[in-house]
Write a protein that binds this ligand. Structure first.
Ligand code: PMP
Length: 354
């Protein structure tokens, strides 16, 4: 039986993507070769890479606006470092809204003093800090649009005159916003994009080339751009699955269409959390993420019963992160509404048993 997959990442991918990817692993387009056993310089693979790069820009509404898309390696964690290497000259401002934001700050601090514009660490990151100032003479402002662990999501973005850099690992392609307000976006593939192993980086080219340091080639965005995202051997399977997911999303109607689905799933999930007295939401209501819903079970005595019911119902991957505890239902683009219905049914059945 196929499980309801609420994993936080690596996480659910569209069935159609899994099917096409598994066929291509055996035989890519009747070529007699697997997609993972052909040269990355072959016409077939170059086409895949170019299509993935173009679709990423198209779906974000960034085509023809001076942006380049790259599929790099080393996870979003390497971007914490690359951003600083490529953009940090004097000082940068960072919003500390969660564990990943704090890790980004730690890496950037290797190069310079980082100014934390605001932090929600004192409340175990259960809200998004607001109402802070961003100094206009800084090199850039860095923030995390969706805090995967804590289930908080930025619903609006500050206006600032300096480049805006964001970690969008867990909510990229999930909603229709003006992506051109950001100058650099990065996101690990393993949530809304494809197999783990690649990180999408979308950069407005004119923010590059402004630092005085020498940048090692593998860390240099300009180098990757000049080589068409093929400076070295790319993670071919992760790029291929990303391309398939982007095609799937385009056929569905793009980010505006998937946003509607994501809203339906999130509102179903949160109304159960709010109405069912057995459960309590972790994140502040106004900052609740449409991608990751975090909640706790108030009565510990029901834990075993609840978890048996989850298991029997085929609900997979909803254990909370250790720093929050409780549960986390990740509802990425590929998760069907029916999976949320199945989870919510179990939660309300537990209430009737209690
Ligand atoms: N940023 C966010 C928001 C994340 O959720 C994660 C991983 N879950 C990371 C960064 C780190 O990504 P990676 O494991 O690809 O380095």
């Amino acid at each position: 039986m196929k499980k309801h997959n609420f994993n936080a990442g690596p996480s659910i991918l569209p069935q159609e993507v899994l099917l096409k990817a598994s066929e291509a692993v055996m035989d890519y387009n009747n070529s007699g070769l697997s997609v993972i056993e052909i040269s990355h310089r072959s016409k077939d693979f170059v086409e895949i890479m170019e299509k993935a790069r173009a679709l990423a820009l198209e779906l974000l509404g960034l085509e023809g606006k001076g942006y380049k898309a790259l599929f790099l390696q080393g996870g979003a964690s390497t971007q914490f470092l690359m951003v600083a290497l490529n953009l940090l000259e004097k000082r940068a401002g960072y919003l500390n809204s969660g564990t990943w934001a704090a890790k980004a700050i730690k890496e950037a601090k290797i190069y310079d003093d980082i100014y934390e514009v605001a932090s929600s660490a004192n409340a175990n990151y259960n809200y998004i800090p607001k109402g802070y100032d961003i100094p206009s003479d800084y090199d850039y402002f860095h923030f995390t649009t969706n805090n995967t662990i804590f289930g908080t999501q930025m619903k609006s973005f500050p206006k600032c005159d300096i480049p805006m850099v964001c970690d969008m690992s867990s909510d990229i392609f999930s909603r229709a916003i003006d992506y051109s307000q950001f100058d650099l976006i990065y996101a690990g593939a393993q949530k809304n994009l494809g197999a783990a192993g690649t990180t999408l980086v979308v950069i407005k080219e004119d923010v590059l080339g402004k630092v005085s340091r020498k940048i090692p080639s593998m860390m240099d965005y300009k180098m990757h751009i000049s080589k068409g995202s093929m400076f070295n051997t790319p993670p071919v399977f992760a790029v291929y699955t990303s391309m398939l997911t982007l095609e799937w999303l385009k056929n569905l109607g793009g980010v505006a269409a998937i946003e509607k689905e994501n809203e339906k799933k999130a509102s179903l999930m949160y109304s159960e959390i709010d109405l069912n007295p057995l459960f309590k939401g972790f994140a502040t209501k106004e900052d609740r993420s449409t991608m990751n819903a975090t909640f706790t079970l108030e009565n510990e005595n029901l834990k075993e019963t609840f978890e048996t019911m989850l298991k029997e119902g085929g609900i997979n991957g909803i254990n909370g992160h250790r720093s929050v505890g409780g549960y986390r239902a990740s509802m990425y683009n590929a998760l069907p509404l029916d999976s949320v219905k199945a989870l919510v049914e179990i939660m309300s059945e537990l209430e009737s048993k209690a």
